[in-house]
Design a protein around this ligand. Sequence first.
Ligand code: PMV
Length: 357
Amino acid sequence: MNKQEEKIIRKADWTSPSNIAFIKYWGKCGNQLPSNPSLSMSLKNSTTRTIVSVIESRDKPAFQFFFEGFKESTFDKKIDLFLKNAYNFFPSLQNKSLKIESCNTFPHSAGIASSASAMSSLALCICEIAEEKSSNYLNDAEFYRKASELARLGSGSASRSVYGGFSTWGKTSLLENSSDEWATFLDFDIHPVFSKLNDTILIVSSEPKKISSSEGHQLMNNHPYAKERFKLAHKNLECLLKAFQSGDTEEFIRVIENEALGLHSLMMSSDPAFILVKPHTLEIINRIIDFRKKTGLFLCFTLDAGPNVHLIYPDSIKSKITDIINSELLAFCENRKVIWDEIGEGPVRFTSENVKI
Ligand code: PMV
């Protein structure tokens, strides 16, 4: 059979979001288990769409990966490892040939981590295919839990991206049903001041990171502050959950910024140390703090494992935030690059047979 005659036996097509952590996961143990619980907000516009097709092929088992329409081998090792994990979950997929096509809504070199959206969309596709193949249909809660667990094995933060709104990952006595194995969505009444948060990402640098997240997590194993850090994450989660319920925006800001700066302090005090923030990151942060002092507006920053600054604020003050971004902050962004995002509703499944990316 030649390539033109490739016969698609089964197909799944999912779009899944990136997320921004408010309580950071930094440090892991065992098989991709977190050293502390984390909490994140799923985004709306920064997403990955993945289509997985099971194809009839002579070369079994195999996979081909296409990124934005082109065959791409850079991610082969990661996908290979991910599929090995998937086969443990779903042995019936083991001797199948898979074609995986993926594309992002955000530019590849924008400086946004794509592993959460990529791995969660892939996990959702694999779970759907396995479910259909076995005709063992799960209810929604079970399906997303399975997808979260599988996504986690590809990238820890991806476990949280299978849900919209806010989700947590990691065992905590504060939340029933929380687990180290999979994420759960935050299902309690969140105060309306937090109901429509924006995340505007100021791109300070889109250069690839010199140290990957995996290497950073590893460095927590012998980190002198690890024990205190994991304790603090639990405490910060507790404070954040309380703020979410009471509507205490000052407390929200305190916790979010403490987590962001704490994450980067851990990097700087690792052995070997590494620094991901840039001078412009600090310039932006200082200006945000000054602006907040001056205006009293509900605006705060957080950082991922990189130099780019995420501005978190309610949609109701978007025009004021746009003004300060344009007048003061754009000057510190690489090519004046900004990504406008906001809280999102989570993954979307496409069902049409004819969708193409
Ligand atoms: O999922 P990973 O292995 O890329 O690690 C993500 C780590 C942070 O983004 C820094 C924090 C988090 O909880 O998302």
